[in-house]
Each structure stands twice: as structure tokens, then as C-alpha cells.
Design a protein around this ligand. Structure first.
Ligand code: HEM
Length: 424
């Protein structure tokens, strides 16, 4: 039944094992890119991947993603949530794990609110630049000594999202609150990042070990919405920033080229704004390549078909799991030569301009594409360009940071410290 009957009408894919499906393969080696790549080579752009005992149709190339998640977007828009998640949230609340009219209304509300709070205008930039100055203050204080880079950016990026959600930032007087809040936010993140908890979420037999709903608030929609924006907005942006610095510490020549561009275009330690974004192609290429190599979600969020579809001749019933497998697209050898190499030059054309590569899709594609993309792009540019304009960063005495990835839902770099020195 498990090995043949249930699979007979689905696109071919790796053979699942009872209870775990294909999940165990993602740990050999973690975080699973290689398994997904091998399956794409073996079965083509569409195959079936089993999460526990639930089949998911994986879409693994950019062309197939356009044909499905973009051109037929409505059919792929629902989320397929493990029942465990409803227990954890106290029901179907928030924006990330809701469907239908509720999802549409709250996604629109979140996007409009981001716009009203100044995204696309100078207001949001001003808020981020206050944090850039605070980051400067902290690095200046630690100049010449070993510093945990991620902690400083994490506080700053949390301030941006907290300003938006609750109207204040975690300044010196509010550090205790920040630490306490981080503990609460990181607890589920740590837990869900663990491979055994990932199994517990997806393999029914393990469900009994997780606690019941943690949300007791009367307004669960509001609480879950805040959780979604905090959760989705903080670790993704901090991890990308920290990965970028980690990759650069492993390739000093790239930092040298960044500094040459900064000296030519900016020429002092003044603050850089988004108005200068187009004048800094190499900086943008470094950000692009950092997002591609960080490849934060080895297995993208799981969607479900909203109606029966026919895909490559297979009849897929409504409610079947479908995944826009962006990590495989961003490692596609046909598009990105030597995908394992950190090489920002792949985004620079023969005239030294930024090259648009449409297969770079770290924010995913289709109707559920990341709703914080505009904010995240602004943060990445302002934090990283201003950081590299002001500082020279070098590895700590123990050498450049490890780039090895652990398993997890959003892949964080290993903790490292480095030494910064002002350039001007
Ligand atoms: C570098 C930073 C970020 C990356 C790489 C990233 C990536 C992603 C990805 C891959 C998805 C899944 C899309 C899908 O279902 O296929 C997503 C969804 C989402 N992201 Fe982001 N994200 C980032 C920053 C942010 C920020 C700053 C916010 C909030 C302000 C945010 C809020 C969300 C929300 C709410 C969703 C769910 C959208 C929905 O289901 O309609 N993200 N993001």
C-alpha cells in the first residue's frame, strides 16, 4: 500500500520509507540540497516527495515554476499545514498559515500597512538608517577586538520590525525586554529548526510529544499576525546579512573589490542611501550572490492545490501538497556555473553593470511570494553597503567562519566573531 498503491498515480520520485517518507534523506548531508538536486536529475523538474505519509509535488526548475505557480497561480496558492501547527497557533490564524478569504484579507492588510508605514517612501529608509547608525556605534565601540557580528545586526533588524509593529525600538534601556522577547521568539525557532522536531511536525506518530496551543490571548489573529511578521522578518534578514559577511571573510578579494567600488562612487564615510543603489553594481551583486548561496530554505514552505490539476499528464487532486522548490532552482548548474562557489561576478555583465538573472528567487514566486521582500531588500542594501563602506572586516584569531550548514527550516550560519576597523 505505502510503496506502490499510494504512489501509483503520482509523478515518480524517490521511494519513501514508512512513517518518515523521504525526510531522512535530507540529513545525508544536511540541509538536503544534494538530495533534492539528485532527485531532480533522476526524475526531472516534477517529482513526488513524501513528508511523513503525505505526498508533495516538487516543482524544481524556473520554467516549470512559471508554468505552475505563476501562470496558474490560483491553483497553487493554499498552504498545506500539518495539523500540529493549528495546535501550536491555537487555530488557523495569522497570514503565513491561513488560506482563502482570511489569508487574502490579512496579506492585503499587511502589504498596505507596510506601504503606509513608509515602504517605497523615505520614511522606512529613515527608520532603517537610525539602526545603521546604532550598528556603527556598537562596532566603533568594539573596534579592533573580536565581535559577534550576528548579535549586533540581529538587534538592529529586530528594531526595524518592532518599530513597524509596536512603534518603538529596543534601545539601551529596553535591552532586557529585547533579550526576553528574543528568548520567546527563538524558542520555537530553535525547536522547529531541529530535525527531530521537523519530523514531529510532519510524522503523525510523533505529534503527541508537542505541547498544546501556546496562544491563550483573546485576539489570536492579532497575536499570530505579529508572530508571523517577527518570525518571518527577523531571522531571514539577519541570517542573510551574517551569511554575506561570512562568505566575504572567506574571500578577501571580494571585500577589496567592494571597497574599490565604495571609494570610487562614495569616497567618504558618509551614509549611503537607496538613491545610490544603482551606482553600486558590485555591492548589489554581492547581496544577490549572498542570497543565492545562503539559500535559506532548503525545503520551501508547503502549499496545496486549490483544485484538481493536470501536471505533465498526471492528475493531481485538489488539496495535494505542492512546493516551489526554490533552493534547487538557485543551485541549478545550467544557470549558475559551479553553484557551490560564492562568485558575485556571475551577476555582473560584460559592461560592468548588474545582470538580472530571473532564476534568483530567494523570496519565492507566485501569489505567496514573500510579503516582506521590499523591506528585506531595503534592509540588506542599507546595512551591508554602509557596513562595507565604513569598515574593513577581518577573520578572528581562529580563522574565517565555517560555511558548513546544519539542518533546519531557515538555515543560520554558525556563530562566529570577527574584527572590524574603520576605513576612513
Ligand atoms: C532576506 C529576507 C527574507 C527572505 C529570504 C524571505 C523568504 C521568504 C520565502 C521563501 C517565503 C515563502 C514563500 C512561499 O510560500 O513560497 C516567505 C514568505 C513570507 N515572508 Fe519572507 N523572507 C524574508 C524577509 C521577510 C520580512 C522582512 C518579512 C516581514 C516583514 C517577511 C514576511 C513573510 C511573510 C508574512 C510570508 C508569508 C506570505 C504568505 O503566505 O502570503 N519576510 N518569505
Amino acid at each position: 500500500h505505502e510503496l506502490w498503491w499510494k504512489r501509483r498515480n503520482l509523478p515518480p520520485g524517490p521511494c519513501p520509507v514508512p512513517v518518515f517518507g523521504n525526510l531522512l534523506s535530507l540529513n545525508y548531508p544536511p540541509p538536503g540540497y544534494e538530495a533534492f538536486e539528485k532527485w531532480t536529475e533522476n526524475y526531472g523538474p516534477v517529482y513526488t516527495f513524501w513528508i511523513g505519509n503525505t505526498p508533495h509535488i516538487m516543482i524544481n526548475t524556473f520554467d516549470k515554476l512559471k508554468e505552475t505557480f505563476v501562470r496558474d497561480g490560483d491553483a497553487y496558492v493554499d498552504k498545506k499545514n500539518p495539523p500540529m501547527l493549528q495546535l501550536f497557533r491555537g487555530g488557523e490564524y495569522g497570514v503565513m498559515d491561513t488560506n482563502g478569504a482570511k489569508w487574502r484579507e490579512h496579506r492585503r492588510f499587511a502589504l498596505t500597512s507596510l506601504r503606509d508605514f513608509g515602504l517605497g517612501k523615505n520614511l522606512m529608509q529613515e527608520k532603517i538608517l537610525i539602526e545603521v547608525q546604532d550598528v556603527f556605534r556598537k562596532f566603533d565601540e568594539n573596534e579592533g577586538s573580536e565581535t559577534d557580528v550576528a548579535i549586533i545586526f540581529d538587534n538592529a533588524i529586530a528594531n526595524v520590525i518592532n518599530q513597524l509593529l509596536f512603534g518603538y525600538r529596543f534601545d539601551e534601556a529596553k535591552q532586557d525586554e529585547f533579550v526576553a522577547l528574543k528568548k520567546i521568539i527563538d524558542a520555537p525557532q530553535d525547536v522547529f529548526g531541529k530535525f527531530h522536531m521537523f519530523l514531529a511536525m510532519n510524522v503523525p506518530i510523533f505529534r503527541k510529544i508537542l505541547p498544546n496551543a501556546i496562544f491563550e490571548q483573546p485576539d489570536r489573529q492579532l497575536a499570530n499576525m505579529c508572530l508571523d511578521l517577527w518570525f518571518a522578518g527577523l531571522s531571514t534578514t539577519t541570517n542573510t546579512t551574517t551569511w554575506a559577511i561570512g562568505y566575504i571573510l572567506n574571500k578577501p578579494k571580494i571585500q577589496q573589490k567592494l571597497h574599490e567600488e565604495m571609494d570610487l562612487v562614495i569616497g567618504s564615510d558618509r551614509i549611503i542611501t537607496t538613491a545610490e543603489k544603482n551606482a553600486l553594481p558590485y555591492m548589489n551583486a554581492v547581496i544577490n550572490e549572498s542570497q543565492r548561496c545562503a539559500n535559506l530554505v532548503p525545503l520551501n514552505l508547503q502549499h496545496a492545490t486549490t483544485r484538481d490539476i493536470v501536471l505533465d499528464g498526471y492528475h493531481i487532486p485538489a488539496g495535494t501538497g505542492v512546493v516551489a522548490q526554490i533552493s534547487t532552482v538557485m543551485n541549478d548548474k545550467q544557470v549558475f556555473t559551479d553553484p557551490e562557489v560564492f562568485n558575485p561576478d556571475r551577476f555582473i555583465d560584460e559592461n560592468g553593470k548588474l545582470r538580472k538573472v530571473e532564476e534568483l528567487i530567494p523570496f519565492s514566486i507566485g501569489k505567496r511570494q514573500c510579503l516582506g521582500e521590499g523591506l528585506a531588500r531595503m534592509e540588506l542594501f542599507l546595512f551591508l553597503s554602509n557596513f562595507f563602506n565604513r569598515y574593513q572586516i577581518s577573520p578572528s584569531f581562529s580563522g574565517p567562519p565555517s560555511l558548513i550548514k546544519n539542518s533546519g527550516t531557515v538555515i543560520a550560519p554558525r556563530v562566529f566573531s570577527a574584527i572590524v576597523r574603520k576605513r576612513h
